[in-house]
Design a protein around this ligand. Structure first.
Ligand SMILES: [Zn+2]
Length: 370
């Protein structure tokens, strides 16, 4: 039911297949973020049409609303949402650690206040496993501590050690056979802590490994250095997931360093703010220069929005606060991300990933679209 194999390499970039109970996922893959069990502004049909293969859902949001009991009673995330593809759930850790001032951290776990109604809840490794097993995603994530950036070395060291202890508790508490549990490597920008975190997690033998604690504000060269280090240390035959990254450029940097899976809110969040990812850069649909522009948002794109909608009309919908604007812009941005990763995969399969990456970065240095 589960499996992963690398089919081709180009430099350090890998093209593979991830097998899940809800379909075969060609990698490298981008996972649209479906926070509350839905990717904001689009429907299930849109995601099928975009050929998305796997959606990320947030444990923190779903445990608070509607609660995992309701989701489980309706057949888990798949039965509840009707999404036929795969799901991955995060552990809830990242969100509760972001609730600065509303949380209390102990070795046992985190007590926090709901951002919805102020009610108190506890997340522990065991509780996160219980919720994620009831949500029933294809892939669950270990409950980790992601330190803020910047943090002192002592704080990162303590968080990294706790992440290992919690990973062990997650592994003990996880029993759902039709769900994979991934470990999360922490360690900030410190090479020795990353090394220790990875080797401790490898000893626990997870079927896949995520790289957490990057894209939290550290300089880009630090992110690339950590990825190169982990590329050499993580097993070749297991999937690697870089959490919360990033721009199309960051994703290509990750692929070049052996990463297989990515998620990020940028394409969906920016769409709702009127910012489009297009060939050659970014385009802000609010810009007055598009007021009577008959061109599609991205003439090089074949998505439903670009095939049917002008920049002028999109700008009008967006500025008028029409809900359809968010839908049309989100469809385009997700299409841009998914197409970029499909093209990257094809380039790896034909052994020309570095040329592909070079073409893409030259694109980005081209005339600014804004
Ligand atoms: Zn498009």
């Amino acid at each position: 039911m589960f499996g992963f194999r690398v089919e081709a390499r180009s430099g350090r970039a890998r093209a593979g297949k991830l097998l899940t109970p809800h379909g075969e996922i060609p990698t490298p893959v981008f996972m649209p973020v479906g926070t509350a069990g839905a990717v904001k502004a689009v429907t299930r049909r849109d995601l099928v049409e975009l050929d998305a293969k796997i959606v990320l859902a947030n444990t923190y949001h779903l445990m608070l609303r509607p609660g995992e009991d309701i989701v489980a009673a309706l057949g888990g995330l798949h039965g509840f949402t009707g999404w036929p593809g795969a799901f991955l759930t995060d552990s809830g850790g990242y969100q509760v650690f972001s609730l600065e001032g509303l949380r209390e951290l102990t070795e046992e776990g985190v007590v926090f206040q709901s951002h919805l109604d102020g009610s108190r809840h506890q997340l522990t490794p065991e509780r996160s496993m219980q919720i994620q097993q009831r949500l029933g995603a294809d892939i669950a994530m270990a409950f980790d501590e992601c330190p803020a950036y910047p943090s002192t070395r002592e704080a990162v060291d303590a968080a990294t050690a706790r992440t290992t202890r919690w990973a062990r508790r997650c592994k003990d508490a996880h029993a759902r056979a039709e769900q994979w549990l991934f470990g999360i490597v922490q360690g900030g920008v410190h090479s020795d802590l990353r090394q220790r975190s990875a080797s401790e997690l490898l000893a626990l033998d997870f079927p896949g490994y995520a790289i957490g604690g990057l894209s939290v504000g550290e300089p880009k060269p630090d992110m690339r250095r950590v990825l190169e280090q982990l590329d050499a240390q993580l097993p070749e035959d297991k999937p690697r997931y870089l959490m919360g990254v990033g721009t199309p450029e960051d994703i290509l940097e990750g692929i070049a360093r052996g990463v297989d899976m990515f998620d990020c809110v940028l394409p969906t969040r920016n769409a709702r703010n009127g910012q489009l990812f297009v060939q050659g850069g970014r385009l802000s649909i609010r810009n007055a220069r598009y007021k009577s522009d008959p061109l599609p948002p991205d003439p090089a794109c074949g998505c439903r929005t670009c095939l049917t909608t002008s920049r002028a009309y999109l700008r009008h919908l967006h500025l008028s606060g029409e809900m359809g604007a968010a839908t049309l812009l989100t469809i385009h941005n997700l299409s841009h991300y998914l197409d970029t990763l499909r093209a990257a995969r094809q380039a790896i399969l034909s052994g020309r990933f570095e040329e592909f990456r070079g073409e893409k970065s030259r694109d980005l240095l081209g005339p600014a679209v804004s």
